[in-house]
Design a protein around this ligand. Structure first.
Ligand code: SAM
Length: 268
């Protein structure tokens, strides 16, 4: 399966995803991933940024809110349509475009930073995604992205729950087998059951890499690793979003920032 075929799956997911996320049911994003990503993010005020795999644009709007001049791409036309509608009703100066992370339609060294919120692990051509991000960054610019944690989002995975229904462990296995497009079907767990019964499930092709594959690919691409985080929900976040309880048992997500070095010979 290549990125174009994956894109067709995401295009089919876009309408339900946008509705549920905008209704507040993407609680891992709202209660954990996005706050952690922005906690780790350097000051982007006045910088030019690219959001890769922006979906309906929620996190792009937050980046623009921090003063960044944003372009955002997604392979799904429908996601970009929803993002553009939001831009039209509340303009933030964001330029949304349909494009694939694998072949970015921008010249070399166009951006001060590249962001990827939970999108890089959905694209089979991982090497190209990283090399394209590297190419469009100016020397000294940074890439920051979040993915499902490679060690705990394995081909075999099962939540083990106590008699109160609370997760106390995650069973993982088959870690070294790279999933290559097996389609998982699901909806945001926090959405009400009655609603979930009426909606088609997301169909998302899965691609897994081990943690050493991710780090080595970044290093081979030329990036310098700068910061790594494994977000853990606070007590307050779990009170607000009880579904986050299971993400306190192991790290569900991995956030990485890496920098494109200056050329040592020219200093540029
Ligand atoms: C899990 S969603 C995350 C969306 C958004 N970043 C967020 O945090 O809400 C993954 C996104 O990656 C996009 N995507 C998948 N393959 C892509 C590709 N090759 N190029 C650009 N975007 C892609 C999907 O269309 C989808 O919007």
């Amino acid at each position: 399966m290549d990125h174009k075929e994956v894109g067709r799956y995401w295009n089919e997911n876009a309408a339900v995803w946008t509705k549920l996320a905008r209704d507040g049911y993407d609680v891992y994003r709202d209660g954990l991933n996005t706050p952690a990503f922005f906690n780790m993010l350097p000051d982007v005020n006045g910088l030019s940024g690219l959001d890769v795999g922006c979906g309906e644009g929620y996190n792009t709007r937050l980046l623009a809110g921090r003063g960044a001049r944003m372009i955002a791409v997604d392979i799904s036309e429908k996601f970009i349509k929803f993002a553009k509608e939001a831009e039209k009703s509340e303009p933030l100066g964001i330029d949304y475009q349909v494009a694939s992370a694998v072949e970015l339609p921008f010249p070399d060294a166009s951006f001060d930073f590249v962001a990827g919120f939970m999108s890089f692990m959905d694209i089979p051509e991982t090497e190209c995604v990283l090399s394209e991000a590297f190419r469009v960054l100016r020397p000294g610019g940074f890439l920051q992205f979040s993915i499902e944690h490679p060690c705990f989002s394995t081909p075999h995975r099962r939540n083990l729950r106590n008699d109160k229904g609370l997760t106390y462990a995650i069973e993982v296995g088959d870690y070294f087998r790279n999933l290559d497009g097996e389609v998982s079907e699901w909806l945001f767990g926090a959405a009400p059951a009655e609603l979930k019964q009426t909606l088609p499930k997301f169909k998302a092709p899965k691609f897994t890499r081990t943690i050493s594959q991710w780090f080595n690919l970044l290093i081979e691409t030329g990036f310098l690793l700068e910061q790594v985080e494994e977000p853990r929900p606070s007590d307050e976040a779990v009170r607000q979003y009880p579904d986050l309880q299971d993400a306190r048992v192991v790290a569900y997500f991995l956030h990485i920032r890496a920098r494109k070095p200056f050329d040592r010979s020219t200093g540029k």
